[in-house]
Design a protein around this ligand. Structure first.
Ligand code: GLY
Length: 304
């Protein structure tokens, strides 16, 4: 048994570990942990504590993957509901689809009984508006009519708020699952999807081989199909270490577009794990918990 997640997982990692220790299903355990992260205002890149898009609207992305049957559920650009990982699970269980976005995803969440979680914190609203005042040099910028493309470039680059929470697990039945949740880039262009709801990019799981998930610059992992490429390499017989090295080489070979840091999290079916900080300037940490550990451990990621 193992659970691996990024540093933002602190509000939920212990609960996930406890559930796994009790022998509960891995997907139940990681969704329960992620809900704690989504509800924590101090986590500034996921759920209630996240930042809005250029129009001041929260838009959440999230996903789950069941490595036993390779079913996925994903939602993107969801307004009104920040428990998107649970909504994504409903997509997997209730629909003959794998991804819903925008209005359809929001409607589906209401249909499934999710309540509006009034997502934009007053403090976030003030910071959002101040930033727009600075960028536009106007006291009362009207974002609803203004072209946004240029502002998107100006604003997201210095902010660098592109994190996510990702959880990977192998439970007592050797079933492997992955799940993600994020509010995406701060001040993003409305409708932007990151990698968190894109199967193969931000997450992947296959109980025969392992799982991977990424945080930070989704624009890169979408192009390199990073999570799938790691699991595919293990399927082809490469070790976890080699598989992650190959994914890093692909990310480093990208040219043009928005290039910044990515953090890769990966496990294999034998409970080996690897977390690599590919190009983030700051120190990156992650949580790991395996059978025999007293409690989840916070560790520093390899840097390359
Ligand atoms: N990795 C999160 C995002 O790009 O939105």
């Amino acid at each position: 048994m193992i659970v691996l997640s990024n540093s933002e997982a602190w509000p939920g990692i212990q609960d996930t570990a406890d559930m796994l220790d009790r022998g509960e299903n891995g997907l139940d355990a990681i969704i329960y942990g992620i809900e704690k992260v989504e509800a924590e205002p101090k986590v500034r890149s996921v759920g209630f504590g996240g930042w809005p898009n250029l129009l001041g609207d929260m838009e959440f992305d999230g996903a789950v993957m069941d490595g036993d049957d390779l079913r996925t559920g994903a939602v993107g650009a969801v307004k009104d509901h920040f428990h998107v990982t649970r909504v994504a699970r409903k997509v997997m269980e209730e629909l003959n689809h794998e991804i819903l976005v925008g209005e359809g995803a929001t409607r589906f969440a209401y249909e499934m009984g999710f309540k509006c979680s009034s997502p934009l914190m007053e403090e976030s609203k003030e910071v959002w508006f101040k930033k727009l005042q600075e960028i536009t040099n106007e006291q009362n910028p009207d974002m609803s009519t203004r072209p946004l493309a240029k502002l998107n470039t100006l604003i997201t680059d210095p902010e660098k708020v592109r994190d996510t929470t990702v959880f990977l697990t192998k439970d007592k039945n050797n079933s492997i699952y992955s799940a993600t949740s994020t509010s995406g880039w701060a001040w993003k262009y409305p409708g932007r999807l990151g990698d968190s709801p894109i199967v193969g990019a931000g997450f992947y799981a296959d109980s025969r081989f392992g799982a991977a998930a990424c945080t930070h610059t989704g624009e890169m992992t979408i192009r390199a199909n990073t999570s799938y490429s790691i699991v595919m390499a293990m399927r082809l017989g490469y070790s976890l270490h080699e598989a992650v090295d190959m994914a890093i080489a692909e990310l480093k070979s990208l040219k043009g577009g928005f290039l910044a840091g990515v953090v890769i999290h990966a496990i294999d079916k034998d409970d080996n794990y690897r977390v690599v900080n590919v190009g983030c300037e700051e120190e990156i940490k992650y949580w790991v918990y395996k059978t025999g550990m007293e409690r989840p451990q916070l560790c520093v990621a390899e840097k390359c």
